[in-house]
Design a protein around this ligand. Structure first.
Ligand SMILES: [Zn+2]
Length: 655
């Protein structure tokens, strides 16, 4: 591992024109260099290198990035390999991370825990296939469950003998200490005489692996039918294993999850093993624990689409509700599928071919709102109070969805199912969302600078045509942040006595506070996440991230956008701007920049308020009575705000 300070040293020494120049013939043109792009075939150069910003960009094929990403793309290096290449070029010594004595001790302690679990896994499997008890009890059980030998081996499943301390004795003989075996979770200590015995005795042991396929612990199933024993015993938390951070089967499922762009989530390990034996391999399990945010983050690395396959019993249904809420909050798309009575994914997969199983999922997976609504409706039939509760419950769930368009779509479906007017649901939703926004705002300290511009509130609804214009407006804000975040701008703001005064502010501070104070959300998720990075730094009083933070960001979408927005062709033509949907700010001096920033913010808000106005207009004819009056009031106030913005921008609004 390369130390953070060393990485900074390397990046500070790196000159992008040197690095690219080692592979491409560059010519100076103005402040930039140009050359023939190494990533596509061309006869006239459209490949640009900007030394000041440390980035390159091809206007022919769109490739772009910093020196590190150039090496990664051109030389197919990994990130550390690229850094080592640069360190070598600039004569920077890399100190491979030096650990303190304590860290070394912990490191080797962790290694021991890994070794113990790996030893246990091999030993349990050997018992399963070669030992009398292992074969007659463990293996015959797995055969009964119709697992093939190949499956058993692929998943590393084994058996721990019921003799009490068979495994522990073998492990001691191997040189592990009592303390190590207990802390790794494979042995337990007898309080009476201090001897140790096997935690998993008499159980079939399913290894739990990390993403890289190393054994972290076990989930062990008893084969006794008496109810005294817990059906499953899992490894306790250890130096290497934390149950909320692991998904069973992910090490074998991840590639298929990416390929299918879909992850099936089940409860039991056996479901995963059986489904994968039947050819359905994009499946992972929570291993009987409640789904955690860490686990969802793991899934999110590979896909945004999750289908929950749970048992149709009461416990299964309850688990689904909770899981769905968490998944939605993280912006995932969720479907649910309950299995018929007395079936679970395991038994269901066992009796069907791969195609039958896949078809069953495709035909029966429901979007969660249909599923939850139908389920609760059956319970609430003819009971108006129950139905009101249920409506609120479902709207709460919908309010968790971060994406506005999606939220709206769910609202429509829900309105049909519940037979409740969409306006009523929409009003309820707005109330919940506003409540949340207020809570959020109260939590944060109000920024030092509260800008003068009008306040815009509430959640917009956007249609498809509007969406493109909207992302251009949003992009221009991000472009200002990338290009000018650390410059000083002079703007009119409210001071602490509520009076307007001219103040010198960092551009990032002014832009972020202005938008955040007005409670405006970006529709585009990428823009929003970039905006939030700036916002978090400002509200946590941290320094503004440098441009380099974004151009060398590990999320390729962010680094690409940063490169695109700060790198412009030598001569910018309006055609190029239009084609690339990029508006390039080119203020020659500070006054022009100040005005450009102010106008862009107003323009952005003008667009937002128009979105809100269109939305309210659509709702008014559908609403009735008091609600309609309320909407008319809202419309009047929006129109007032719009006129104010337009006046500030010097435009006349005709409509
Ligand atoms: Zn190119």
């Amino acid at each position: 591992m390369i130390k953070r300070e060393d990485i900074d040293k390397i990046l500070n020494a790196t000159r992008v024109e040197d690095v690219v120049g080692s592979f491409v013939e560059l010519r100076k043109r103005g402040v930039n260099y140009i050359g023939l792009c190494p990533f596509h075939n061309e006869k006239t150069p459209s490949f640009n290198v900007n030394p000041a910003k440390g980035i390159f960009k091809c206007f022919g094929c769109g490739e772009g990035g910093d020196a590190v990403s150039f090496l990664m793309k051109h030389e197919h290096y990994t990130y550390p390999e690229a850094l080592r290449w640069l360190a070598n070029k600039y004569g920077i010594e890399i100190e491979e991370q030096v650990l303190s004595a304590e860290e070394v001790a912990q490191q080797s302690e962790r290694d021991r825990v890994y070794q113990i679990n790996e030893f246990a896994q091999k030993y349990f499997q050997e018992v399963l296939f070669s030992d009398m008890e292992g074969k007659s009890i463990g293996l015959s059980y797995l055969r009964e469950r119709e697992l093939s030998e190949e499956t058993i081996k692929r998943w590393g499943i084994g058996y721990c003998k019921d003799t009490g301390d068979d495994f522990s004795r073998k492990a001691l003989a191997k040189g592990f200490t009592k303390e190590e075996l207990v802390s790794a979770g494979v042995s337990l200590i007898n309080a009476n005489d201090g001897s140790i015995y096997d935690r998993f005795r008499g159980r079939v042991c399913f290894p739990i692996y990390n993403i890289g396929g190393r054994t972290l612990g076990f989930s062990a199933r008893t084969l006794r039918t008496d109810k005294v024993k817990a059906k499953y015993v899992n490894s306790p938390e250890s130096l290497i294993y934390s149950k909320g951070k692991v998904l069973f089967g992910l090490h074998l499922a991840k590639n298929e999850i990416v390929k299918q762009d879909e992850c099936y989530l089940v409860e039991g390990n056996m479901d995963v093993v059986m489904m994968s034996q039947n050819g359905v391999t994009n499946v992972v399990a929570t291993s009987g624990t409640a789904l955690t945010e860490d686990q969802i983050r793991l899934i999110k690395r590979y896909t945004k689409n999750v289908t929950l396959l749970y048992d149709g019993d009461k416990a299964g249904i309850k688990a689904t509700f909770k899981a769905v809420n968490l998944l939605l909050e993280q912006g995932l798309h969720v479907k649910t599928l309950l299995f018929p009575d007395n079936e679970d994914p395991d038994s269901f997969a066992r009796n069907r071919t791969q195609d039958e199983f896949q078809d069953f999922i495709k035909n029966n997976a429901e979007n969660f709102i249909l599923y939850k609504t139908n389920l609760l409706l059956a319970d609430a039939q003819n009971d108006p109070i129950k139905k009101a509760d249920l409506t609120r419950d479902i709207i709460e769930t919908i309010s968790l969805i971060p994406d506005l368009l999606e939220r709206n779509a769910y609202l429509q479906q829900c309105s049909k199912l519940l037979d409740v007017k969409e306006e009523i649901l929409s009003a309820e939703l707005a109330k919940i969302i506003r409540g949340k926004a207020v809570k959020e705002t109260l939590k944060k300290e109000v920024a030092e600078a509260a800008p003068v511009n009008p306040v815009v509130n509430n959640a917009p609804q956007v249609n498809e045509v509007e969406k493109d214009i909207s992302s251009i407006k949003e992009q221009s804000i991000i472009s200002i942040l990338f290009n000018y975040a650390d410059r000083i701008t002079t703007q009119e703001v409210y001071n602490s006595e509520g009076k307007i005064e001219k103040k010198d502010l960092l551009v990032a501070n002014y832009v972020v506070c202005d938008i955040f104070n007005d409670n405006i959300a970006f529709n585009n998720e990428l823009f929003n996440s970039i905006f939030m990075i700036y916002k978090d730094c400002i509200y946590n009083n941290e320094s503004i991230p440098e441009l380099r933070y974004f151009t060398s960001h590990q999320n390729p979408e962010i680094s690409k956008l940063a490169t695109d927005l700060v790198m412009t062709p030598y001569v910018i033509s309006p055609n190029w701007e239009e084609k690339n949907e990029i508006k390039v700010p080119r203020p020659e001096n500070k006054d022009t920049m100040d005005k450009y920033i102010k106008d862009s913010l107003l323009d952005f808000k003008l667009h937002k308020i128009n979105e809100y106005i269109e939305d309210v207009k659509k709702r008014i004819p559908l609403a009735e009575g008091d609600y309609q009056l309320e909407l008319l009031n809202v419309l009047t106030s929006y129109l007032g705000i719009r006129n104010n913005i337009a006046k500030l921008l010097g435009r006349v609004m005709i409509k």
